[in-house]
Design a binder for this molecule. Structure first.
Ligand code: SF4
Length: 363
């Protein structure tokens, strides 16, 4: 489903859309004024922004030194995005094919995605849902939400609903709290999860009221998206503290991105910054092959080598699982390194081989 048709399946409720600070950078001219693109490049960058949504909120704009630094690369558009490489797909993990009704994606037997809104606080240049998300603010209306609740309520095998989007924290605390309450009333749901970039991109939105809305129902885990240690600022740490105080544990998810975090130092720094902020690193994602994202691609072999190098260098609870979402929607699988060398030997983090005692016979 293309962006326009997907957005049409959502009820547009402009009045309920969030108001973010007007200092968000939204046009090529804004980027020139901020010194992030050279004068004269507006036309080319505007063409990219017309194809894929663009916005950079103040919290992130303040972190960008130049467009080629690890923060700028993630958010400043580039002409290369208009080139679709072989193997790239508008719907790389088949959300559309696995969507039985608007707003729901059903990939695994025991959990579903619910996308209540398609807007984000920032538009990442490598986003795997870049054909769907945008500031035109598709919000799932009340009738569609009610249908989604009924659909979940009728399927007792489903134990978890994952709110994603877009970014669910772009909704008001009142609307988000109503969704959490409605889902919490479904007896067979044990847990909820929310995937969000807001605590990093617009931490001021994570008020005590927002945290209370999230923590007021079924056990809920928030999965925060950050890709570089510099994204974890004091404002982010404060937002995480508010979430934790409301009973919402925080996990971290990151994407392995060329030029952003594809070095041992960058990943070690990111995961150390996460645990210091009380965020448990959960997943490091291999990049999904969305259109125009080739400049961020890191080969899996390189990712495995980086993860192997982190073992022993940083605490074990700081190391996330390196995962690939199988193209076509077959689900996530770990693709990280393993240290076994056959049945009776193992390698240590320095690569030295150690023999193990022979297996005991159970007979
Ligand atoms: S915040 Fe998430 S959904 Fe939104 S553009 Fe970034 S990666 Fe995509």
């Amino acid at each position: 489903m293309g962006k326009s048709s997907l957005v049409l399946s959502f009820k547009k409720e402009q009045s309920s859309l969030p108001s973010l600070p007007s200092a968000r950078l939204r046009t090529a001219r804004d980027l020139v004024r901020a010194g992030l693109i050279a004068p004269g490049r507006e036309g080319a960058i505007e063409a990219v922004a017309e194809r894929y949504a663009m916005a950079i909120p103040p919290a992130l704009a303040a972190l960008i030194g130049d467009r080629a630094d690890p923060i700028g690369l993630q958010f400043v558009p580039d002409e290369a995005e208009l080139v679709t490489a072989p193997g790239e797909s508008a719907d790389p993990i088949a959300d559309e094919a696995l969507s039985p009704i608007p707003g729901i994606v059903h990939r695994y037997p025991d959990r579903v995605l619910l996308k209540p809104i398609l807007a984000c606080p920032v538009y990442c240049r490598f986003c795997f849902r870049r054909e769907q998300v945008g500031p035109d603010g598709g919000v799932l209306g009340e009738a569609a939400l009610a249908r989604a609740y009924e659909w979940v309520a009728a399927r007792p095998d489903i134990r978890e609903v994952i709110l994603t989007g877009g970014d669910p924290l772009m909704l008001s605390p009142r609307r988000l709290g109503a969704i959490v309450a409605a889902l919490s009333a479904i007896a067979h749901l044990q847990t909820l999860r929310v995937h969000s970039r807001v605590p990093v991109a617009a931490p001021e939105r994570v008020t005590e009221e927002m945290a209370a809305a999230l923590g007021g129902g079924a056990p809920l885990w928030l999965v925060l998206h950050a890709n570089h240690a510099r994204e974890i600022t004091e404002a982010v740490r404060a937002a995480v503290r508010r979430l934790l105080a409301a009973g919402v544990p925080v996990l971290g998810q990151s994407v392995l991105l060329a030029g952003v975090n594809d070095s041992e130092e960058a990943l070690a720094g990111l995961f150390r910054a996460m645990i210091a902020a009380r965020i448990k690193p959960y997943y490091l994602h291999q990049l999904d092959r969305a259109p125009g994202t080739a400049r961020f691609h890191v080969p899996i072999a390189r990712g495995r080598a980086l993860l192997a190098a982190l073992r022993g260098r940083i605490p074990g609870h700081a190391i996330p699982t390196y995962v690939l979402d199988i193209p076509g929607g077959a689900g996530k699988v770990p693709v990280g390194p393993d240290f076994l060398a056959g049945e009776e030997a193992v390698r240590d983090p320095a690569g030295r081989l150690h023999r193990l005692a022979p297996a005991m016979s159970s007979g």
